[in-house]
Design a protein around this ligand. Structure first.
Ligand code: FAD
Length: 356
């Protein structure tokens, strides 16, 4: 078993008044940088100190990511580790590397990543080893250099309240994951070129888990997580066939990604990866078009920060008794525009008008 480094020992080795130095996990999929990591980089930059990017992966992917990362605004240096073991990185395989890095200099004060499945497993794992807390799904961050404390805001109760959490200077390394929709993606800039250095990988021979396969849903439409327009369908779409034949032409006419409510996913109308909401993806596009979705609180948690929300709903007596004869369905309470109409008439009409 690897030893647990106590917070007190870390406090001693990390100067308490040191300016912030964030380590950002730059995740990528087979060499393509994840947009969530670009948002994490922006959050790290907001701490007001140095920012180092960490890239791990298989030898054939890492160099391309490092070259792209070098140009990113806000990044002062890059560490990269390559190993065949990091091709499909597992938290169990990567955590010893991060743990060792954080136990040595340079003294990182903050470990930042997107709120991705991988980071949600990796960061708390390493934080626990270092006897530090980890804060997830952060939507804003502020570092006070005068007393070395960092204050985070994060949504709780499915976004119905915002918790303000302060990590004082007695916590030497502050781990946090950020919600991608709350921070702009870091952009490349001509001037800067961050310095890159190699980090020796740590071979893990006793990992309790093994990667077997990755199954990705392929789509020609924009990625739901980063699309500027999203068309989502709910239970009212009736079947997988009508979901596709009604919503896809609308999404294509708008150049939009397709999303779905959990009811639509559970009924098999749409793939799991399309679910928007508390237990699905959190999106904040320029336009969110909710078709046949009632606007349950768990759905709103995933889309209510969209810039413009449009709802099409016939406010059915059968499915939502609380809104009998009343267009005030929950979705209409967050919508900028609401159309009380039968979607099977309104959507094809909308598609025709958009095409014209
Ligand atoms: P319904 O609530 O059944 O709404 C269908 C709507 O379609 C109604 O408003 C009706 O008026 C309208 N309609 C019907 N026919 C037509 C028509 N012809 N034309 C126009 N409108 C029509 N849900 C999520 O979406 N995402 C989540 O992440 C999520 N996580 C959850 C987590 C937990 C722990 C729990 C308990 C629930 C979660 N849910 C989530 C489920 C959520 O509570 C709702 O059940 C779900 O969002 C309802 O989906 P819906 O709006 O498609 O269906």
């Amino acid at each position: 078993a690897r030893s647990v480094i106590s917070a007190r020992a870390l406090s001693r080795s990390y100067a308490t008044a040191a300016p912030p130095h964030a380590l950002v996990l730059l995740e990528h999929r087979q060499g393509v940088l994840d947009s969530g990591s670009l948002s994490a980089l922006t959050a790290a930059e907001e701490l007001g100190g140095k920012v180092t990017g960490l890239v791990i992966g298989a030898p054939e992917h890492v160099q391309g990511v490092v070259d792209k990362a070098k140009k990113l605004k806000g990044l002062t240096s890059i560490l990269h580790a390559t190993s065949a073991q990091y091709n499909e990185p597992l938290p169990e395989v990567v955590s010893p590397l991060l743990e060792k890095l954080l136990s040595n200099s340079p003294p990182f004060t903050h470990i930042v990543s997107a709120t991705s499945s991988f980071a949600k497993s990796l960061l708390p794992r390493v934080a626990a080893k270092l006897d530090s807390p980890a804060i997830s799904d952060v939507i804003s961050v502020e570092h006070d250099a005068s007393n070395n404390s960092t204050t985070f805001n994060r949504p709780i109760y499915a976004g119905n309240a915002i918790a303000t959490v302060r990590a004082p200077s007695s916590i030497p390394i502050k781990f946090f994951t950020v919600r991608g929709t709350a921070f702009a993606a870091a952009q490349p800039q001509d001037a800067s070129e961050a310095e890159a250095s190699v980090l020796e990988p740590i071979e893990v021979t006793d990992s309790p888990t093994e990667h077997i396969k990755t199954t990705l849903t392929k789509s020609d439409r924009p990625d739901l997580g980063v699309a500027s327009r999203v068309v989502s369908g709910g239970r009212a779409l009736k079947s997988a066939d009508t979901f596709a034949s009604t919503l896809y032409p609308l999404a294509d006419a708008l150049g939009a990604a397709v999303g779905a409510s959990r009811a639509a996913v559970d009924a098999g109308y749409a793939d799991n990866s399309l679910q928007v909401g508390q237990t699905g993806k959190v999106v904040a596009p320029e336009l969110y078009l909710a078709v046949g979705i009632s606007g349950a609180i768990q759905h709103l948690a995933g889309m209510k920060d969209s810039k413009l929300i449009v709802a099409v709903n016939k406010a059915s007596r059968v499915l939502l008794p609380s809104i009998v004869q009343d267009p005030d369905a929950p979705i209409f309470q967050v919508a900028d525009y609401g159309l009380v109409a039968d979607l099977f008439e309104a959507v094809p009409e909308l598609v025709e008008k958009l095409k014209a």
